[in-house]
Design a protein around this ligand. Structure first.
Ligand code: CO
Length: 466
């Protein structure tokens, strides 16, 4: 019997996509021991925006959340998403910080580390990979992840080449990450067959979103083409901007004669558990009905849905909605000038903002954002395709070249840890506290102060009672 396994994303990407990562631990604590019996390939439960959201909005220690999930799910592979050298934030961190972050992630319970770089510049995922190998336990899986996008330079051959590189680098599995949900069934077929031919023995994972309505068809073709793992979300938290439904794929695969290893009773219990949660999120306004529908605009405009709504909001703010069509048409041109970067954070904002500026100024690149300047200087990594020479010269000067060395190469000084210790004093009680501060200084400090205050209150209260 053929096999395709399922990664359950409800605790990370599904809730990140549908309710802006606002699901507190207490909302899902009660189902973890049941989920542990489901037979998922893995449960994605950490990384991405969960870390920031725990500290910033939920008053939770992200490390403690991970340890609690680990304790409740001793038999399941726990998975996280890591943005390579950016970790879980939006800037490049030093190598020693990346290494320590990976070490602590594994120590606190992570098994599968899915590592990607927005530009697919693999120099930016190398340190995280090496750290994963260094601190690996027998359950650790290093998954090399490719940001999928469509452009004249993103051919099947190019993706196959990337997969060969990931294999040579030493990754255990490969993941294709279609964050915009624009991969069509036939693209999936040619990609997966091509990749399987080239690196057949390496497990291949497909991650997509239902945003454009394409995902179920794409997953079906992917399964036919031999994909090893697909990402799904329990029905109550599936579809819309989230992943396809776990239970639906389970029933479809059964008829296909494909074993996905899931226990039918258990996955239905999981879904039953999240149904009232979903209703709660709808009632509170956290879950916007718009996120639950299908939005095919991304297929029409080749622009991810989130980027389009950002642009509309910006234009409305400036009272310039009459420039909408022009700005929309400018996005592909700016993207071409930048060498076709995948339109994912932070590139989507960069391209979108520059397109709006170009149109509002009535002259292209009259004003160039600092982000675009830094991009041309090479600070984000290597552009996927050739960039506009004219624009490059405008930014770097005649004969100017982008830096070709990774900016964090030589920095292994521990200075960030020293600075964090000084800033936190006795607020920090662990390496994990220091790491939270290094990643999100303001939010972490506030969280640690609140934690201390809470404990002092509890303490006073106890004494009074006595
Ligand atoms: Co995703």
């Amino acid at each position: 019997m053929k096999q395709t396994l399922i990664t359950e994303t409800v605790l990370r990407d599904a809730q990140q996509s549908l309710i802006a990562t606002r699901m507190p631990f207490s909302d899902f604590e009660g189902i973890l021991s049941e989920m542990d019996k489901a037979g998922y390939y893995s449960v994605e439960c950490w990384g991405g925006a969960t870390f920031d959201s725990c500290l910033r909005y939920l008053g939770e220690d992200p490390w403690e959340r991970l340890r609690n999930i680990r304790t409740a799910m001793p038999n399941t592979r726990l998975q996280m998403l890591l943005r390579g050298q950016n970790l879980l934030g939006y800037k490049h961190y030093h190598d020693d910080v990346v290494e320590k972050f990976v070490e602590l992630s594994i120590k606190n319970g992570i098994d599968v580390i899915r590592i990607f770089d927005a530009l697919n510049d693999f120099r930016n995922i190398k340190t995280a990979l090496e750290a994963t190998k260094k601190y690996a336990t027998k359950n650790t899986v290093a998954s090399g992840c490719i940001s999928y996008t469509q452009s004249p330079v993103h051919t099947v051959e190019k993706y196959v080449q990337m997969c060969k590189e990931l294999k040579e680098m030493g990754f255990d599995t490969i993941c294709l990450k279609d964050m915009a949900g624009t991969m069509s069934p036939y693209e999936a077929e040619s990609l997966i067959k091509g990749i399987k031919d080239a690196v057949g023995d390496m497990p291949l994972v497909l991650h997509t979103h239902c945003t454009t309505g394409m995902a179920y068809m794409t997953l079906t073709k992917a399964i036919e083409s031999g994909v090893d793992v697909i990402d799904c979300a329990t029905s109550a938290m599936s579809n819309g901007t989230s992943q396809p439904a776990t239970e639906t794929m389970f029933y479809a695969m059964q008829q296909y004669g494909i074993n996905c290893g899931l226990d039918e009773k258990v996955i239905n219990k999981v879904n039953d558990f999240f149904k009232p949660m979903k209703q709660k999120y709808i009632d509170s306004g956290l879950l916007n009905p718009k996120s639950m529908g299908t939005d095919s605009q991304a297929l029409v405009y080749k622009v991810p849905g989130g980027m389009l709504s950002n642009m509309i909001a910006n234009l409305k703010d400036m009272g310039a909605m009459d420039k909408f069509d022009e700005a929309l048409a400018e996005i592909p041109s700016v993207r071409k000038d930048l060498g076709y970067p995948p339109l994912v954070t932070p590139l989507s904002q960069m391209v979108g903002n520059q397109a709006v500026v170009n149109v509002l100024m009535g002259e292209r690149y009259k004003q160039i954002s600092n982000e675009v300047k830094n991009y041309f200087k090479g600070e984000y990594g290597i552009a996927p395709g050739p960039v506009s020479k004219e624009l490059e010269e405008k930014i770097l000067g005649q004969g100017g070249q982008p830096t070709d060395c990774r900016i964090e190469d030589s920095k292994r000084t521990g200075e960030e840890f020293t600075r964090a210790k000084e800033a936190l004093g006795d607020l920090a009680r662990s390496e994990e506290d220091l790491m939270s501060y290094i990643c999100f200084p303001d939010q972490a400090k506030k969280f640690l102060e609140d934690r201390k205050a809470k404990e002092e209150n509890v303490c006073t209260y106890t004494i009074e009672e006595a």
